[in-house]
Ligand binder design. Structure first.
Ligand code: AR6
Ligand code: MG
Length: 300
């Protein structure tokens, strides 16, 4: 596969990731009244705001894709700098606490990412869902080679998330996107390629959960991301994607029903499903609301 083909595959996933991010983010204002929010989602009434802005999930995915476009693989110091530049350009995109600590330091000294990243959270490193939320386009890029997906996703995560759970989340999402791009996404296969972790335990639980389960109940069992941890976020988002592998809009509604960290669960689901579907079947009214991505003439 050529670099152009890989880039186009990653871009399809990125469009879905950004759509999920921006769509999911619109639900937060409704959380003041959870009953009403749930009724709105169940009725498939889209949030009213005219402009759907994307958040840090998309900003970091853009940084990762930039490095892949330039080098054809993850170069970690260059990636650290790309993430830091994205944060510096617009720090108000809703980044996690740890990233606000880390990224300004990486802007000055990107080559010191190994020590700065390990210092986060009292030396544990971050187990947040931030490495997972940006990983789907990378999976689409390396879709033909599962071992390379695992290796490259690991490298992409390590730059900001030193904790094994943060890394496992990124591997799981990248693997899911690669399988999705090839039309053979299953939770069992994603779990099999994910390192031993609470994330993998959650994926195994998700694999046992019937797709007839109500999404709110699946989110209750698997986690809806409200703790912002990888293990609390990835299993439900991948379950939603595997429930609707050919229907991006249905997948996003399923994920939204879980609420929680809904911009990020929807970004994960959107990036995985769009690796297969692209965004061509998404209503034009959704696409026109979503903030455009830099460097794109338009979605597609
Ligand atoms: N111990 C305890 N809690 C932790 C640890 C740890 N070792 N690591 C992370 N957390 P962060 P991210 C918790 O800040 O992963 C945005 O809203 C802690 O509460 O490294 O990039 C995005 O849209 C920490 O604040 O950033 C995503 O929703 C949180 O996990 C999310 O943030 C996130 O880890 C991405 O966050
Ligand atoms: Mg976000």
């Amino acid at each position: 596969m050529t670099a152009d083909e890989n880039s186009a595959a990653a871009r399809r996933s990125l469009e879905g990731l950004a759509l999920g991010d921006a769509f999911g983010e619109r639900w937060f204002p409704l959380f003041r009244d959870p009953r009403q929010a749930y009724d709105e989602v169940r009725a498939r009434r889209i949030p009213e705001e005219p402009d759907w802005h994307w958040t840090d999930d998309t900003a970091m995915a853009l940084g990762l894709l930039r490095v892949l476009d330039q080098y054809g693989e993850v170069r970690q110091t260059e990636l650290a700098l790309c993430f830091a530049l994205g944060h510096d350009a617009d720090p108000a995109r809703g980044y996690g606490y740890g990233m606000h600590q880390l990224l300004p330091r990486l802007l000055r000294e990107p080559d010191r990412w190994p020590e700065y990243t390990r210092e986060l959270f009292d030396g544990q490193g971050s187990l947040g869902n931030g490495a997972a939320m940006r990983a789907a386009p990378l999976g689409a890029w390396f879709r033909a080679d599962p071992e390379r997906v695992v290796e490259q996703a690991t490298r992409s995560a390590e730059v900001t998330h030193a904790h094994p759970e943060g890394i496992a989340g990124a591997v799981a999402v990248a693997v899911a996107a690669a399988l999705s791009a090839q039309g053979r996404l299953t939770l069992g296969e994603v779990a099999a390629l994910t390192p031993d972790s609470a994330v993998r335990d959650g994926l195994r639980a998700a694999a046992e959960l019937s797709f007839a389960t109500e999404p709110w109940k699946a989110a209750d069992l698997l986690g809806n991301g409200q703790r912002i941890r990888a293990d609390d976020t990835v299993p439900f988002a991948v379950w939603s994607a595997a429930r609707h592998p050919d229907d991006l809009v249905a997948a996003l509604w399923t994920t939204a029903e879980g609420f929680g960290d809904v911009d990020t669960t929807c970004a994960v689901t959107g990036g995985i499903v769009a690796a297969r579907t692209g965004v061509d079947d998404v209503p034009a009214s959704w696409l026109s609301r979503r903030e455009p991505l830099p460097g794109a003439a338009g979605p597609g």
